[in-house]
Design a binder for this molecule. Sequence first.
Ligand code: ADP
Ligand code: MG
Length: 253
Amino acid sequence: MGKVIAVTNQKGGVGKTTTSVNLSASLAKLGKKVLLIDIDPQGNTTSGIGINKADVDNCIYDVLINDVPLNEAIYKVESERLDVIPATIQLAGAEIELVPTISREVKLKRALKTIRDRYDYIIVDCPPSLGILTLNSLTAADSVIIPIQCEYYALEGLSQLLNSIRLVQKHLNTELKIEGVLLTMFDARTNLSIQVVEEVKKYFQDKVYSTIIPRNVRLSEAPSHGKSIVNYDPKSKGAEVYLELAREVIENE
Ligand code: ADP
Ligand code: MG
């Protein structure tokens, strides 16, 4: 059975999408079968992995709202050895359209049932909110990866996220675990980055990955070429660290 990992933090710009895409591609490079799901209406994972949204027939919206079977929304990205379920801007409506529906929080979990055993890992890139799309992800997930940017206010808002995780554990998914906390956009030249690492380690202790993602310009360039970092620049520091993270994720099993 594939392990479902939600990459989540309700803050925007902390590295959720960068981590979802590059961890998925790194796991695939290490020989794992990976399904990458974009559940953010902005669809940054979708375009970042080279899918043209204009060409998308079925996206995650159709799975959640129109009960389209998940396997009819899978796009094969051969160059990355990845299966991807894209998101288009249509998904922005789902947050409201799901409100009156029955069992609205378990839609993704149910949809995943039929295909879980085909994969080793299913990585879900969450939107920057704690709304119904994130709830669906947390309900479907075995565990969460929380990216934290090494910046001012890094820990701000985390209590809200942890509270949502606790609520989901209590009511919707008793098995949900914290897979790991990932420090991102680290800059060794600044005291601030070093302080944030210390603070986050004090708070989350052994949950913090020993892999720390530095700022790396190649990581920010790759999406505009529709490629993961392991494909765009396999020799870059960015590719090196995301492969290291993938190994850590596999070893944590
Ligand atoms: P989120 O999905 O949490 O909103 P993103 O992954 O989209 O965050 O990252 C926000 C911005 O920061 C993007 O422009 C991305 O390319 C850039 N970025 C993310 N991680 C890094 C990194 N390690 N080094 C340099 N730029 C990064
Ligand atoms: Mg994102």
